[in-house]
Design a protein around this ligand. Sequence first.
Ligand code: GLU
Length: 473
Amino acid sequence: MNKKEVRVRFAPSPTGHLHIGSLRTAIFNWLYARHECGKYLLRIEDTDRLRSTKEFETSQIESLKWFDLMSDEPIVHQLDNIEEHKKIAHELMKNGLAYPCFCKPKDAEQTVTELSSGIAHRYLGTCRDKKWTEQDLQKPHAIRIKIPEDIKEIIFDDLIRGRISVSTDQLDDFVLVRTDGTPTYNFSVVLDDISMEITHVIRGEDHISNTPKQIIIYDALKKEKPFFAHLPLILGEAGNKLSKRDADVSVEEYRKKGFLADALLNYLVRLGWSHGDQEIFSRDELVKLFTIESVGKKGAIFDVKKLLWLNGIYLRELNFDQMLKAIDDLGQDYKQGLLSNWGEDQLKKLFELYAQRAETILQLFEDIISLSESPKTLDLNLISKWSNEKTIDLLRSFVEKLESISSMEHEDLLNLAKEVCANFDLKLVKLAQPIRLALTGSICSPGVFDLISVLGKQETIKRINALIKDLNL
Ligand code: GLU
């Protein structure tokens, strides 16, 4: 018999920008589908009309596009299916597997204290065994599932967490369709997963308490259940659920701050999944190696420093065309600041020089943009630290020699500087640091002779002369 095609889905609710944890869920679904040569689908769960917006949907889709994680089939919108979901609830009612509940929401529930989850509301069962007619359905009513009495336990084998069993004592006849006619999350999810022929539900651990309810619905509908895999949470440094206090939680923020999609993807996969000690993976490698069984049970701590380190590594791998694409992605200001101030050869060289020191593309671009102008103000502390009574003469002598040479190659510039320093009986650093200050306003920068060869003779002389003028004051 042929193996059934794997079909997974990522099902975000458009009630905010895409969350970093949801992105990881999307990535794991995508990797699993690709590893199994199956399908990865996208379903927008937009039934919460109060909190869902088109803007958030567009923003989430844009984020997924940025990672190349778009659906293999047309995107499904849950809202389009709710009439069908209501019809199915009606059929369940007719077959005695669900029933109308005419209780007012407040009267319907009793409050029970549960050791594990604090206070819970549980339905008393008032309407469970009442007879009803089609006529009664004219009155406002919700539709509740009728959990069969003989089912004492719901058991499922989670692909990550192993066997999970929940006593039905902990569940009540939960609502499938609310009095206002809207189907509930658990009901719609199951019906959509059935109609999309989902074979594996891979989602965050925060949904684990929904799974027994969903299994009851599958059983009532006599439908084959998918496999379930609940991913561990992403945690903040203190072991709490990741929050804004620990790091940015919206994917959009990472894009704005100059992270690279491939680096973030690589980082997120390693939060919960591992392959020995390996840290850096290409997408092809991940597709080849990824299995759900190798996802850990324990929550993984989000480490911004490690992400920055990884981003820096990916940054240094970018070629010139990819850099230009990244400029385009960041918008007009960066385009203006980089492309109109520098020629192509200069930019190529600057990317190479500054990428060695940058961790994000934003930092890289900002450093290069700020080099395009002479330093606005010079830090007096730095000046006094790196200059003495010989500095002005030293700089003048360098400028003089620079004017007379034709080569702007690194080696020739270095030899020139060494010669000047030898004449003054000073170490190279005594000249290099003031030049660096003159060119960049700082004493941390790429190699000073590399910078001179990119800036060119005239610009270098202009900036050194400006420093000489300041030193003279
Ligand atoms: N829409 C749900 C959420 O955004 C996901 C539902 C599911 O994966 O079953 O958390």
